[in-house]
Write a protein that binds this ligand. Structure first.
Ligand code: URA
Length: 225
């Protein structure tokens, strides 16, 4: 099985033919070389790989410290993000900033924020599998470039995409998973938490698990030096 097929299968995105219909390696140069930050940003800004390009105002690449230990991954830009070109700038973004603050983090400081999709689905509908298949190489390359110590996925869609599992948030919470060998913790999407206040307590537990996991990772690293 080739690398492309393998990754699609890992992603749980269904039959291999889906991947074969994807554009030439979205996050690679003409000779198959992996793109650097600038090339990747330009590639995303100019992307027309799926129909979302025709309805977007701006692409939303991601924001923050490109050497961050923490990577937070959401679903897709909404209206505010589409207008401003930055992830999580609306009401859900304000809550995300507060979630970060609750564990001593701040947007842009050792934290990077990205989405699975770089363009807004019209009316904020769920992303389609074909859109994910075409956009996911960009996120994958972002992860390779950032090399975060820990990923926190926000909401069911990001968790299912990164883990390649059709599972509920409830069943994925409370464990440390992995994406590309990087520990990954699942929590609720801030937009969901705005509508479902009782689950904020569970999100707090997830953030505590994330903080503890990061502390453990850092002490493991310092023990091996
Ligand atoms: N929801 C997301 O998943 N991402 C954003 O950037 C904004 C809202």
């Amino acid at each position: 099985m080739g690398r492309r097929e393998l990754y699609l299968t890992e992603m749980g995105l269904g039959p291999v033919w889906r991947l074969r219909s994807a554009p030439a390696q979205a996050a690679e140069g003409v000779r198959g070389e992996a793109l650097g930050w600038n090339e990747l940003k330009s590639r995303v800004a100019a992307c027309t790989a799926c129909e979302l390009h025709s309805t977007r105002t701006r692409t939303v690449f991601g924001v923050g410290d490109e050497n961050a230990d923490w990577l937070f991954v959401g679903e897709a830009p909404g209206a505010d993000e589409d207008a401003q070109g930055e992830p999580f700038v609306g009401q859900a973004g304000k809550l995300l900033d507060n979630m970060l603050k609750s564990i001593g983090l701040k947007r842009g400081e050792n934290v990077y924020i990205a989405n699975v999709l770089k363009c807004r689905p019209p009316g904020n509908r769920n992303p389609l599998p074909a859109e994910v298949a075409k956009c996911e190489p960009y996120l994958r390359r972002q992860v390779e470039l950032i090399r975060p110590k820990l990923i926190v996925s926000l909401g069911k869609f990001a968790a299912q995409t990164l883990l390649g599992q059709d599972a509920t948030i409830a069943s994925l919470r409370g464990s440390v998973h992995a994406y590309q060998g990087i520990p990954l913790i699942v929590t609720y999407h801030p937009a969901y938490l705005l509508r479902t206040l009782p689950d904020k307590a569970k999100a707090w537990e997830d953030l505590c698990l994330a903080k503890q996991t990061m502390q453990d990772l850092c002490s493991e690293n310092s023990a091996t030096i």
